[in-house]
Design a protein around this ligand. Structure first.
Ligand SMILES: *Cc1c(COP(=O)(O)O)cnc(C)c1O
Length: 233
Protein backbone atom coordinates (compact mmCIF):
# COMPACT_ATOMS: atom_id res chain seq x y z
CA UNK A 1 0.00 0.00 0.00
CA UNK A 2 2.77 2.43 0.98
CA UNK A 3 4.63 1.74 -2.23
CA UNK A 4 1.48 2.33 -4.32
CA UNK A 5 0.81 5.57 -2.49
CA UNK A 6 4.37 6.75 -3.00
CA UNK A 7 4.23 5.92 -6.69
CA UNK A 8 0.93 7.70 -7.15
CA UNK A 9 2.17 10.81 -5.36
CA UNK A 10 5.43 10.84 -7.31
CA UNK A 11 3.47 10.61 -10.53
CA UNK A 12 1.27 13.51 -9.46
CA UNK A 13 4.34 15.56 -8.58
CA UNK A 14 5.87 14.75 -11.94
CA UNK A 15 2.70 15.68 -13.83
CA UNK A 16 2.21 18.90 -11.93
CA UNK A 17 5.84 19.88 -12.53
CA UNK A 18 5.45 19.26 -16.26
CA UNK A 19 2.28 21.31 -16.28
CA UNK A 20 3.96 24.35 -14.74
CA UNK A 21 7.34 23.88 -16.42
CA UNK A 22 9.30 22.92 -13.37
CA UNK A 23 12.04 20.34 -13.05
CA UNK A 24 10.72 17.48 -10.86
CA UNK A 25 14.27 16.91 -9.58
CA UNK A 26 13.91 20.23 -7.76
CA UNK A 27 10.93 19.05 -5.73
CA UNK A 28 11.83 16.76 -2.86
CA UNK A 29 9.24 14.52 -1.26
CA UNK A 30 9.55 14.19 2.50
CA UNK A 31 7.53 11.29 3.93
CA UNK A 32 6.12 12.48 7.24
CA UNK A 33 6.23 9.36 9.38
CA UNK A 34 5.15 10.94 12.68
CA UNK A 35 3.08 8.64 14.88
CA UNK A 36 3.82 5.66 12.63
CA UNK A 37 6.06 2.78 13.71
CA UNK A 38 9.40 1.88 12.21
CA UNK A 39 7.86 -0.91 10.11
CA UNK A 40 6.15 1.78 8.04
CA UNK A 41 9.39 3.69 7.62
CA UNK A 42 11.29 0.60 6.54
CA UNK A 43 8.58 -0.30 4.07
CA UNK A 44 8.72 3.16 2.50
CA UNK A 45 12.52 3.05 2.49
CA UNK A 46 12.45 -0.27 0.67
CA UNK A 47 10.18 1.39 -1.89
CA UNK A 48 12.90 3.98 -2.50
CA UNK A 49 11.93 6.76 -0.09
CA UNK A 50 14.97 8.38 1.56
CA UNK A 51 13.68 11.56 3.19
CA UNK A 52 11.50 11.28 6.30
CA UNK A 53 9.96 13.93 8.53
CA UNK A 54 9.28 13.75 12.26
CA UNK A 55 7.71 16.35 14.54
CA UNK A 56 8.60 15.16 18.05
CA UNK A 57 12.21 15.24 19.30
CA UNK A 58 12.13 12.06 21.36
CA UNK A 59 10.16 10.20 18.72
CA UNK A 60 12.81 11.09 16.14
CA UNK A 61 15.56 10.01 18.53
CA UNK A 62 13.81 6.75 19.37
CA UNK A 63 13.18 5.83 15.76
CA UNK A 64 16.56 6.88 14.41
CA UNK A 65 18.30 4.70 17.00
CA UNK A 66 16.31 1.67 15.90
CA UNK A 67 16.82 2.11 12.17
CA UNK A 68 20.05 1.24 10.37
CA UNK A 69 18.92 2.36 6.94
CA UNK A 70 20.58 5.52 5.63
CA UNK A 71 17.66 7.86 6.10
CA UNK A 72 17.74 11.61 5.60
CA UNK A 73 15.83 12.96 8.62
CA UNK A 74 13.88 16.21 8.62
CA UNK A 75 12.60 17.72 11.83
CA UNK A 76 9.37 19.61 11.15
CA UNK A 77 7.74 20.11 14.54
CA UNK A 78 7.69 22.58 17.37
CA UNK A 79 11.04 22.48 19.12
CA UNK A 80 11.82 23.44 22.70
CA UNK A 81 15.34 24.43 23.59
CA UNK A 82 15.80 21.59 26.06
CA UNK A 83 14.98 19.04 23.33
CA UNK A 84 17.37 20.39 20.72
CA UNK A 85 19.96 17.73 21.53
CA UNK A 86 17.66 14.93 20.34
CA UNK A 87 17.20 16.65 17.01
CA UNK A 88 20.61 18.02 16.04
CA UNK A 89 22.03 14.54 16.52
CA UNK A 90 19.92 13.15 13.66
CA UNK A 91 18.33 15.81 11.50
CA UNK A 92 19.81 16.86 8.18
CA UNK A 93 17.28 19.71 8.12
CA UNK A 94 15.36 21.46 10.87
CA UNK A 95 12.34 23.15 9.30
CA UNK A 96 10.91 24.83 12.36
CA UNK A 97 13.22 27.53 13.67
CA UNK A 98 11.00 30.29 14.98
CA UNK A 99 13.02 32.24 17.53
CA UNK A 100 16.48 33.62 18.11
CA UNK A 101 16.94 31.70 21.33
CA UNK A 102 16.13 28.43 19.56
CA UNK A 103 18.55 29.24 16.72
CA UNK A 104 21.27 29.98 19.29
CA UNK A 105 20.70 26.69 21.07
CA UNK A 106 20.80 24.73 17.80
CA UNK A 107 23.99 26.52 16.83
CA UNK A 108 25.57 25.63 20.17
CA UNK A 109 24.62 21.95 19.90
CA UNK A 110 25.76 21.75 16.29
CA UNK A 111 29.12 23.22 17.26
CA UNK A 112 29.53 20.54 19.94
CA UNK A 113 28.90 17.86 17.34
CA UNK A 114 31.14 19.55 14.79
CA UNK A 115 28.22 19.84 12.41
CA UNK A 116 26.75 22.51 10.16
CA UNK A 117 23.01 22.28 10.80
CA UNK A 118 20.77 23.19 7.90
CA UNK A 119 17.73 25.12 9.06
CA UNK A 120 14.58 26.79 7.81
CA UNK A 121 12.89 29.75 9.40
CA UNK A 122 9.25 28.91 9.99
CA UNK A 123 6.79 31.58 8.91
CA UNK A 124 3.16 31.80 9.94
CA UNK A 125 1.48 32.75 6.67
CA UNK A 126 -2.04 31.74 7.67
CA UNK A 127 -2.66 34.05 10.58
CA UNK A 128 -3.90 31.04 12.55
CA UNK A 129 -2.79 31.37 16.15
CA UNK A 130 -2.63 27.59 16.53
CA UNK A 131 0.22 27.49 14.05
CA UNK A 132 3.85 28.21 14.85
CA UNK A 133 6.10 30.61 13.03
CA UNK A 134 6.98 34.26 12.72
CA UNK A 135 4.70 36.87 11.19
CA UNK A 136 6.44 40.14 11.90
CA UNK A 137 8.64 41.21 8.98
CA UNK A 138 11.21 42.93 11.15
CA UNK A 139 11.43 39.92 13.41
CA UNK A 140 11.90 37.66 10.39
CA UNK A 141 14.63 39.90 9.03
CA UNK A 142 16.45 40.03 12.34
CA UNK A 143 16.35 36.25 12.71
CA UNK A 144 17.52 35.65 9.14
CA UNK A 145 20.55 37.91 9.52
CA UNK A 146 21.40 36.57 12.98
CA UNK A 147 21.33 33.00 11.66
CA UNK A 148 23.58 34.06 8.80
CA UNK A 149 26.17 35.08 11.40
CA UNK A 150 26.05 31.79 13.28
CA UNK A 151 28.96 29.57 12.33
CA UNK A 152 27.25 26.20 12.74
CA UNK A 153 23.96 27.06 11.09
CA UNK A 154 23.21 27.14 7.40
CA UNK A 155 19.97 28.87 6.53
CA UNK A 156 18.44 27.03 3.59
CA UNK A 157 14.98 28.50 3.28
CA UNK A 158 11.54 29.19 4.70
CA UNK A 159 8.86 26.81 5.86
CA UNK A 160 5.14 27.31 6.29
CA UNK A 161 1.84 25.54 6.77
CA UNK A 162 -1.14 26.77 4.78
CA UNK A 163 -4.41 27.49 6.58
CA UNK A 164 -6.64 24.53 7.23
CA UNK A 165 -9.41 25.26 4.71
CA UNK A 166 -10.99 24.08 1.47
CA UNK A 167 -10.62 27.58 0.09
CA UNK A 168 -7.90 27.12 -2.51
CA UNK A 169 -7.32 30.86 -2.80
CA UNK A 170 -6.40 31.18 0.85
CA UNK A 171 -4.01 28.25 0.60
CA UNK A 172 -2.41 29.67 -2.51
CA UNK A 173 -2.07 33.10 -0.90
CA UNK A 174 -0.14 31.53 1.94
CA UNK A 175 2.31 29.79 -0.40
CA UNK A 176 2.68 32.89 -2.59
CA UNK A 177 3.53 34.95 0.44
CA UNK A 178 6.32 32.57 1.39
CA UNK A 179 7.72 32.57 -2.11
CA UNK A 180 7.70 36.36 -2.31
CA UNK A 181 9.37 36.58 1.07
CA UNK A 182 12.14 34.28 -0.11
CA UNK A 183 12.55 36.21 -3.37
CA UNK A 184 12.91 39.42 -1.40
CA UNK A 185 15.76 38.05 0.69
CA UNK A 186 17.43 36.48 -2.32
CA UNK A 187 17.33 39.84 -4.06
CA UNK A 188 19.11 41.31 -1.05
CA UNK A 189 21.90 38.76 -1.32
CA UNK A 190 20.74 36.13 1.16
CA UNK A 191 21.36 32.65 -0.16
CA UNK A 192 18.08 30.77 0.22
CA UNK A 193 17.44 27.62 -1.70
CA UNK A 194 14.29 26.01 -0.40
CA UNK A 195 10.61 26.55 0.19
CA UNK A 196 9.25 23.87 2.51
CA UNK A 197 5.51 23.94 1.90
CA UNK A 198 2.69 21.63 0.86
CA UNK A 199 1.13 18.68 2.69
CA UNK A 200 -1.17 15.82 1.69
CA UNK A 201 -4.12 18.07 0.93
CA UNK A 202 -2.39 20.94 -0.82
CA UNK A 203 0.95 19.84 -2.29
CA UNK A 204 -0.08 20.36 -5.90
CA UNK A 205 -0.88 24.00 -5.19
CA UNK A 206 2.44 24.26 -3.37
CA UNK A 207 4.28 22.97 -6.45
CA UNK A 208 2.54 25.58 -8.58
CA UNK A 209 3.74 28.25 -6.17
CA UNK A 210 7.35 27.10 -6.08
CA UNK A 211 7.71 24.52 -3.30
CA UNK A 212 11.00 22.62 -3.30
CA UNK A 213 10.23 20.37 -0.33
CA UNK A 214 6.84 18.76 0.21
CA UNK A 215 5.98 17.31 3.62
CA UNK A 216 3.48 14.55 3.02
CA UNK A 217 2.21 12.15 5.68
CA UNK A 218 -1.31 10.74 5.53
CA UNK A 219 -1.40 10.41 1.74
CA UNK A 220 1.52 7.98 2.08
CA UNK A 221 0.93 6.19 5.38
CA UNK A 222 -2.82 6.62 5.92
CA UNK A 223 -4.71 8.34 8.72
CA UNK A 224 -2.78 8.73 11.96
CA UNK A 225 -4.15 6.97 15.01
CA UNK A 226 -3.23 9.22 17.92
CA UNK A 227 -4.73 6.80 20.45
CA UNK A 228 -1.64 4.68 19.87
CA UNK A 229 2.05 5.42 20.25
CA UNK A 230 4.46 4.88 17.37
CA UNK A 231 5.97 2.06 19.42
CA UNK A 232 2.76 0.07 19.10
CA UNK A 233 2.29 0.73 15.38
C1 LIG B 1 1.95 16.28 10.04
C2 LIG B 1 2.65 17.34 9.30
C3 LIG B 1 2.71 17.30 7.90
C4 LIG B 1 2.04 16.22 7.07
O1 LIG B 1 0.66 16.31 7.13
P1 LIG B 1 -0.28 15.39 6.21
O2 LIG B 1 -1.55 16.15 6.14
O3 LIG B 1 -0.42 14.10 6.94
O4 LIG B 1 0.36 15.24 4.91
C5 LIG B 1 3.42 18.31 7.27
N1 LIG B 1 4.03 19.30 7.95
C6 LIG B 1 3.98 19.36 9.29
C7 LIG B 1 4.68 20.48 9.97
C8 LIG B 1 3.29 18.39 10.01
O5 LIG B 1 3.27 18.48 11.35
Amino acid sequence: MIEDNLNRIKEKIFNKCSEVNRNPAEVKLIAVSKNFGIGYIKEAFTAGQIDFGENKPQELDGKAKLIDEKICWHFIGNLQRNKVKYVVKWAEFIHSVNSLSLAEEINKRAEKLGKIQKVFVEINTSGESTKQGLTDELEIETLVYKIEEMKNLKLTGFMTMAPFTDDENKVRKSFKFLRMLKDKFVKNGVELKHLSMGMSADYEIAIEEGATMLRIGSAIFGQRDYSKSWKEL
